[in-house]
Design a protein. Structure first.
Length: 406
């Protein structure tokens, strides 16, 4: 950096009392001329300083812009493998490529092997991701022994039979399949409207087989960093491997397996990669042991048919809204623990709730209990169910969901 110019000396005026008036006038004139000269020099210096200030502030603007670009370009995730004096070895998520990158001292002080970091196109580390941003911990729901049993599920006898055959049998008795020389279904896809018991089915089969239930929502797999969705899928199977026997339940699979109209956008390509990772993990099943995959969707029509090919989600089980008998059974299950008046006719309640899902029938039962409590009673009466019906179907009306009455 150039040094700032020194200030000109301040002129001094020396007037000898012996001087004649004309000599004094001359001395004053000379002093004035020197002051003008110094003033000019100072003005020049001010101009130069202003010019310099302008140029420095241009530099600041440009650096700020570069900084912003660098920050916004931090789109990849990598794990730090090694930290040396000035360099860091990184492994990029998604493609597993290893790179050696130089790091500024601030970053070197901050990172250690095992950290997850955000990097830009030139592999420069932009920031160290804190453990709170570790999507793995946030995205998965792990339940070592879910409490749901087949008896808790109403009206899905046929679906329960299918799930047991496709998921439970291969887990409990894999030799049976080897002996007969057939492959058990690779993945099971449950499809049907919201709240019909798909998650319950997956939990019940995990319970029955003493398997760990690991749930991941498809929407959680759609991540903003490149390679992060695929990484989560790997984590999911890795965790299942550590906890086997395990049931992996992927809810809202449509989030990563929808038909695409335009697959050119980078977001779509990323979602596609996540799906490919899932399929390749499923391909590796033979040596994977006791892990089964169940996926669920409310949007079967939107699914990319490629995922339904043999060896993928090749067992489709439809989970529809319950019929009359199913609704009655679901109401019995959800009112099982409630003190119900003898005059309550659950068949009649089932009859009036055509179009209700299992989840809606569960909330109708809870609401009926709430009406009894509000009325200071401990027995739930038919009127409470009717009031609850009015309330629940009214809520559905306002949410825009059509409900078929009587
Ligand atoms: N067939 C059923 N029998 C008994 N209860 C049910 C049934 N279906 C739904 N329920 C009730 O509704 C709740 C939600 O059901 P569940 O989460 O299994 O639905 P889902 O089909 O997975 O829904 P979504 O598609 O919205 O994820 C359950 O906890 C249960 O209380």
């Amino acid at each position: 950096m150039s040094r700032s110019p020194s200030l000109p000396d301040r002129p001094t005026l020396e007037l000898d009392p012996e001087m004649s008036p004309s000599e004094r006038l001359e001395a004053l004139r000379e002093h004035f001329a020197r002051l003008v000269e110094v003033n000019d020099k100072l003005s020049d210096q001010i101009d130069a300083a202003e010019e310099k200030q302008q140029s420095l502030s241009n530099d600041v603007d440009s650096l700020q812009r570069q900084n912003e670009t660098l920050k916004s370009a931090a789109r990849y995730i990598a794990t730090v493998e090694e930290v040396n004096d000035e360099e860091v070895v990184l492994k990029q998520h998604g493609n597993n490529q290893e790179v050696l990158t130089e790091a500024v001292p601030r970053i070197l002080d901050e990172v250690e092997a095992g950290d997850r970091v955000a990097i830009n196109d030139s592999f420069a580390i932009q920031s160290v991701l804190s453990t709170e941003t570790d999507a793995r911990a946030q995205a998965m729901e792990v339940d070592a022994s879910p409490g749901v049993t087949y008896e808790d599920i109403g009206g899905l006898e046929h679906q329960i039979r299918e799930v047991r055959e496709a998921v439970e049998q291969p887990l409990l008795d894999p030799d049976q399949f080897t002996e007969v020389g057939i492959e058990p279904p690779a993945g099971v896809l449950l499809h049907g409207p919201p709240g019909t018991g798909k998650t319950m089915l997956a939990k019940a089969v995990a319970n029955e087989t003493d398997a760990t239930f690991i749930k991941m929502a498809g929407s959680e797999l759609v991540q903003k960093f490149i390679g992060e969705g695929a990484r989560l899928v790997r984590d999911l199977f890795e965790l299942a491997g550590e906890r086997e026997p395990a049931i992996i339940f992927i809810d809202e699979i449509d989030a990563i397996a929808s038909k695409r109209t335009d697959s050119k956008t980078s977001g779509d390509a990323e979602v596609q990669r996540t799906m490919m990772q899932l399929l390749s993990e499923m391909d590796g099943f033979d040596d994977r042991g006791e892990i089964r995959v169940i996926a669920a969707t409310n949007r079967f029509d939107m699914l990319d048919r490629a995922i339904l090919r043999p060896g993928r989600f090749d067992r489709l089980i439809e989970v529809p809204e319950p019929e009359l008998e199913g609704r009655k059974r679901i109401l019995e299950i959800h009112t099982g623990e409630m003190p119900i008046d003898d005059a309550v006719d659950l068949e009649a309640v089932a009859d009036m709730t055509e179009g209700f899902s299992g989840a809606e029938l569960a909330s109708l039962s809870t609401e009926a209990g709430m009406f009894a409590i509000r009325d200071g009673r401990t027995t739930v009466e038919m009127q409470d169910f009717e009031d609850a019906y009015g309330k629940v179907s009214h809520e559905d009306d306002t949410s825009g969901t059509p409900v078929a009455f009587q």
